[in-house]
Design a binder for this molecule. Structure first.
Ligand code: ADP
Ligand code: GLC
Length: 486
């Protein structure tokens, strides 16, 4: 089975969130299962060195007023295809946003080009390699099914994965001409979305199969509350929609070998976590208080993540003796809110605004609990890292959070299956009570330790999910099924 992955980010090369972690991990697991996966990515500056070591496999000529080529290179266990188009991708700063924090004005060209070249590789291959299936991730690769539909016969089947439906890639209708999307596809059944060109809409309407990153989110997406306007289309396509849970890369996220920890540990040497905790306290300016839990947050600071609720309940957390170490960046009102809170509750609340991969590992390796009060969460990875590291997740009952954390109710505690605290409704009150419960559990060291051990035993790798992707690719390419039935 040969599959072309097309995405806008991929760890460890370029990452703004969980999409990168997933794209960096799944292809490696699928390779172990016998598949051949190539990952098409834009050649951002972060990939400059990797690009230099690669081999040109195709000259692409002019691509929106600049020369482009396709470069193949194997790096970090991944077969990469890099779209080298300096006029589109060789620019400093955030891969999606300009210096003023706005979307790059030419994002339709940048990711339209990624989609167009994705479709070209799907149709013609790269060198001697030609995919059986093309797998597009999020809106940045959303136009691929549209280009394949325009190509007609001979196109391989396509699958679109929704990592987050909040980002849909909506652009002025007129850009379709520049992008070569024909009027016959600019319809309600195709790429048109309330008069605009919708990259994700096009992908979801025109692909063969749709997946998202947890079973619960797959169900939630069919409702107006979570579908963000696309619920009708998804309901119509519900036979083709499934939820396949994300996993984590167990080599990168392993407390027994993690180079970013002060001390590594396993479930049999939990005491060693103490040194990591001490380092967190010192980095975040926290006054040590072993009698109460150290909560952490590692997150984009956006409304999705529900961190405004955390701001509301911080006084209660602090009153209870709890500590909070927060690492994140994003919306300026949340950044300001947390910086103010760190001043007000100096010693109890420590805040570092920014993006710091190594520090995110340390927080997982030394905190007692990780807070993820998201309003919606397609899967979420930080709670999975928490589970692996014995940093018990306190999470909202939504999406992948609901699918990956076993709430500490009496039955689960008794049967030693509890791995965290799951709460609803997702309100300040709900979160306040969840934090109280976590503190109460922490007060019972034996129960807490047993939960930490249950968490560290809980399967969070790709063993369950990677075969589900393979099975789906198989079904799509089997004669008489998948593509042929549409
Ligand atoms: P999302 O993709 O919605 O942001 P996920 O939980 O799926 O949420 O993935 C977030 C990823 O980004 C995780 O790997 C997390 O550790 C990482 N991350 C988020 N914010 C930061 C930060 N400020 N510094 C370092 N890593 C971060
Ligand atoms: C998105 C979602 C997150 C998910 C990640 C990887 O960024 O917000 O929940 O874990 O994609 O699939």
């Amino acid at each position: 089975m040969k599959v072309l992955y097309v995405a806008s980010e991929c760890a460890p090369f370029v990452k703004t969130g969980g999409l990168a972690d997933v794209i960096g991990a799944v292809p490696k697991v699928l390779e172990q299962l016998g598949a051949s996966i190539k990952v098409l990515l834009p050649a951002y500056p972060a990939l400059a060195k990797v690009l230099k070591g690669g081999k040109t496999v195709a000259q692409l000529g002019d691509l929106h007023s600049g020369n482009a080529r396709l470069v193949a290179v194997r790096k970090e266990g991944l077969d990469l295809l890099l779209l080298d188009a300096p006029h589109l991708f060789d620019r400093p700063g955030n891969i999606y946003l300009d210096d003023s924090g706005r979307d790059w004005a030419d994002n339709h060209l940048r990711f339209g080009a990624l989609s167009a070249i994705g479709a070209k590789v799907a149709l013609e291959g790269a060198g001697r390699w030609k995919p059986d299936v093309v797998h597009a991730h999020d809106w940045q690769a959303g136009l691929i099914p549209a280009y394949l539909r325009q190509a007609g016969k001979g196109a391989p089947p396509s699958i679109v994965t929704i990592h987050n439906i909040a980002f849909q890639g909506l652009f002025d209708a007129s850009v379709r001409h520049t992008l070569g999307i024909g009027d016959e596809l600019f319809t309600y059944e195709g790429a048109e979305y309330y008069g605009k060109l919708g990259f994700l809409k096009a992908g979801l309407a025109l692909c063969d199969k749709i997946t998202t990153v947890s079973p619960t989110y797959a169900r939630e997406l069919l409702t107006p509350k979570f579908g963000m306007g696309l619920e009708g289309l998804l309901q119509a396509r519900s036979d083709d929609l499934s939820g396949i849970l994300n996993g984590i890369d167990p080599d990168i996220w392993n407390p027994a070998t993690d180079p970013d920890l002060v001390t590594t540990y396993s479930s049999r040497s939990l005491k060693r976590r103490g040194k990591n905790r001490t380092e967190i306290e010192s980095r975040f300016g926290l006054t040590p208080y072993p009698g109460a839990p150290l909560f952490c947050v590692v997150s984009r600071l956006t409304r999705q993540k529900g961190l405004d609720l955390l701001l509301e309940v911080l006084p209660d957390l602090v009153e209870r003796g709890g500590r909070l170490a927060l690492l994140g960046s994003g919306d300026s009102d949340l950044e300001t809110g947390f910086k103010d809170a760190a001043d007000r509750y100096a010693g109890s609340v420590g805040v570092i605004i920014g993006y710091d991969e190594a520090l995110s590992h340390l927080l997982q390796g030394g905190s007692d609990a990780i807070l993820v009060p998201s309003r919606f969460e397609p899967c979420g990875l930080t709670q999975l890292y928490g589970v692996r590291y014995g940093t018990l997740p306190v999470v909202a009952r939504t999406g992948g959070l609901a699918d990956t954390v076993v709430d500490a109710d009496n039955a689960a505690i008794k049967s030693r299956r509890a791995t965290g605290v799951v709460f609803d409704p997702v309100t300040a009150d709900g979160l306040r009570q969840a934090i109280q419960r976590a503190c109460d559990l922490f007060d019972k060291p034996e129960t807490w330790r047993s939960m930490v051990r249950a968490a560290m035993r809980y399967p969070v790798g790709w063993d369950g999910s990677a075969p589900q992707y393979l099975e789906l690719y198989d079904r799509m390419t089997r004669p008489g099924t998948g593509k042929e039935t549409r």
